[in-house]
Ligand binder design. Structure first.
Ligand SMILES: NC(=O)c1ccc[n+]([C@@H]2O[C@H](COP(=O)([O-])OP(=O)(O)OC[C@H]3O[C@@H](n4cnc5c(N)ncnc54)[C@H](O)[C@@H]3O)[C@@H](O)[C@H]2O)c1
Length: 303
């Protein structure tokens, strides 16, 4: 089922003031397009109501795109579209339903006449307290795979249906650092995210012939609602500020933290003509975290 939301001409209040919200969150005060690298493009973003998807929607609009947010969150999703302004629409879409993914794609084409960018970003972490592999609930595993993997494949399939005949388009998928190393997330999440670069390479092998590019992004940990909710289970007594600071301190790159905007700008690059010869790639946005491990030599004066 599709639900589109009409937008007001001006930014509307969101928890007080949408402009302040975006200013605080992303460092910008307005979501009005200033033109740019995605001028005239139409983008569909699954999981675009919140977190990394919402940040990408904002950056895409800044670069001149029109954006359709496809999400199951019928409270936050329509409000995000309102806040983003007239270049944004919301459609209800559960990526586990192929029919709903197909409808969302068809909505983009019916509404804007084209689909240039498909960002398969919706994802869940699965149970917050990861059980031992010996106790793994396979129904939970299936659920994570349904959303993170099958949902991504459905998005690729239906984007290709439009992009292959058009002989152009850019498909993006959200992977994770959990898809590069074991032990960074629960088993089902890790398995699901390892699958994404594989899907991207497999699809790239065919889509290349049709002038369609496909890439994925592997972000480091960002304190989005997905991460904050998980951390709140691990640290029930802790306040949001403490959790945010703790998460922001997990990286390796001195003087920087991974923010939504870092991932969103990687997405802008891959979606745009700047990346016109980049396909099948996994763009890791992790401040070097998965590049190295250090040998734990004993400290000389302790031996
Ligand atoms: N935040 C991080 O640290 C991080 C790091 C690496 C990768 N990721 C990945 O980034 C993506 C976005 O996550 P986020 O951190 O922005 O989390 P988030 O929870 O803020 O956003 C995820 C969005 O996906 C939507 N969603 C969930 N199930 C859906 C479904 N079945 N159909 C459609 N929409 C659905 C949610 O409603 C939500 O709006 C996920 O794929 C996640 O695995 C996140």
């Amino acid at each position: 089922m599709l639900r589109s939301v009409s937008r007001p001409r001006l930014l509307r209040d969101f928890k007080g003031n949408a402009a302040n919200f975006f200013l605080n969150r992303f460092g910008y005060a307005s979501s009005t397009s200033r033109g740019g690298r995605l001028e005239g493009k139409v983008a569909l973003i699954t999981g675009g109501a919140s977190g990394l998807g919402r940040a990408a929607a904002y950056e895409f609009i800044q670069e001149g795109a029109k954006v359709i947010i496809a999400d199951i969150n019928t409270q936050v999703g329509p409000q995000t579209a309102l806040d983003l302004g007239p270049q944004a629409n919301f459609v209800y879409c559960d990526v586990t339903s192929e029919a709903q993914v197909a409808e969302a794609v068809d909505f983009a084409v019916a509404h804007h006449g084209q689909l240039d960018i498909m960002y398969n970003n919706a994802g869940i972490p699965g149970p917050s307290i990861p059980p031992s592999i010996a106790d793994l609930n396979l129904d939970e595993f299936d659920r994570v795979m349904q959303i993170n993997v099958r949902g991504t494949i459905a998005g690729i399939k239906h984007a290709a249906r439009i992009m292959v005949p058009a002989k152009s388009g850019s498909i993006l998928c959200t992977a994770s650092i959990s898809g590069l190393m074991g032990g960074l997330g629960p088993h089902p999440y890790t398995v699901s995210k390892f699958a994404i670069p594989g899907i991207v390479k497999s699809a790239a092998s065919e889509l290349c012939r049709h002038g369609v590019r496909i890439n994925c992004i592997s972000p480091f940990v960002v304190p989005t609602p997905l991460v904050m909710d998980q951390m709140a289970v691990f640290y029930p007594g802790a306040g949001r500020e403490w959790i945010t600071e703790m998460v922001n301190g997990l990286g390796e790159l001195n003087g920087a933290k991974c923010e939504e905007v870092d991932v969103a700008r990687a997405a802008v690059f891959l979606a745009s003509n700047d990346a016109k010869y980049v396909t099948g790639h996994n763009l890791v946005v992790d401040g070097g975290f998965t590049c190295f491990k250090q040998l734990r030599f004993p400290i000389p004066d302790q031996i």
